[in-house]
Write a protein that binds this ligand. Sequence first.
Ligand code: FMN
Length: 377
Amino acid sequence: MRATQKDRLETNPAFGSRKLKLGTFQTNLDSGCVMSGLDGRLEITWPNTVTLAQLADDMDFEALVPVARWRGFGGATDPQGPGFETYTWAAGIAGATQVAGVISTSHVALNHPIVAAKQSTVIDHISNGRFTLNVVNGWNYPEMEMFGVSLLGHEDRYACAEEWLGIVKRLWTQDERFDHEGRFYKIKGGYLQPKPIQHPYPAIMNAGSSERGRHFACKHCDLVFTNIRTYDMATHTAHVAAYRRLAREEYGREVKVWTNATVIQAETEAEAKAFYNYYVHEKGDWVAARNVIDTMGAEINQRDYPEERRKAMSEMMISGWGGFPLIGTNEQVVDGLARLAQVGFDGVLLSWPRYIAGMTEFRDVTYPLLKQAGLRG
Ligand SMILES: Cc1cc2nc3c(=O)[nH]c(=O)nc-3n(C[C@H](O)[C@H](O)[C@H](O)COP(=O)(O)O)c2cc1C
């Protein structure tokens, strides 16, 4: 290890020992995770996004995950349209926080690996080793078209990501200059100094959900993400265990398995359900949500979304960008998080429909209960 470096297990909170790690999701984009005309949803300004990061810092959150998005989804509210670019956002957030894990999300097709490795290194230095890189292979072809870039076919997308990540890791770890002649990239005298703070290199996250994506994540990444759709604990336990088994048995590696959830909390369960009904069914931006599902379900993404499922999927997008709904009182939210820990998740990215108000209440009222429950010791 170089004198300027530190063991990433000691600097990056994503590798910490808390039973259930926590994060925020999509605090860099307008509307946050909801697609709704709800009053009090996130309005993206620098002071607002910093407020959320500092709330996360107060609770030692391990992962503040921004979403790489270049245009919105239309409808009445154009969710995720206005927003902050993820590397520059992460650099600013690293400077505005003390302990939280800071993530940048990188589209392989839009960020050259040398630029990605260099920008990541700067954020790792600003944050003193709290940085994680989220590698995203893309699915949202209209935003790629905005750049004049065509989304590669699904298999090639992952082949390209493998080459891209190999170059990034080499730049982070190798002192000698190198040439690279690959299928997607050609590099002459590849060089990167200084190296990141984290040794051997910063944590890497990926949220691929296809079979190819699961293999990519388990083979090359440290944090893998998966969405859950049912309330059946046995299914979740098997699902999480399958990730760990794939990583261990096929690639001889350990991975941290994370998911995302939406906190819909009120004084009573009935009030929480009524609030869900209000912001999803009365105020939901169904046009925008449908645009998301139709884009995800496009043929190039090799997903089969039958028409009858598209309405349910749209609802998941409206309520919290696919996050598992934790609906009810403080105690019920804490129980829900305890169950996610029990089925084997290492961490959960959280979001709130009214992000700032919800997260402030969570810090003041719910988080102490979570500590009492032993999930954050
Ligand atoms: C936690 C999480 C974060 C993600 N971040 C982004 C993102 O910032 N930008 C993006 O285009 N896709 C993002 N995705 C989508 C995934 O990276 C991936 O492209 C998608 O799940 C499709 O997987 P597949 O290619 O294996 O089918 C995210 C997904 C999850 C669950």
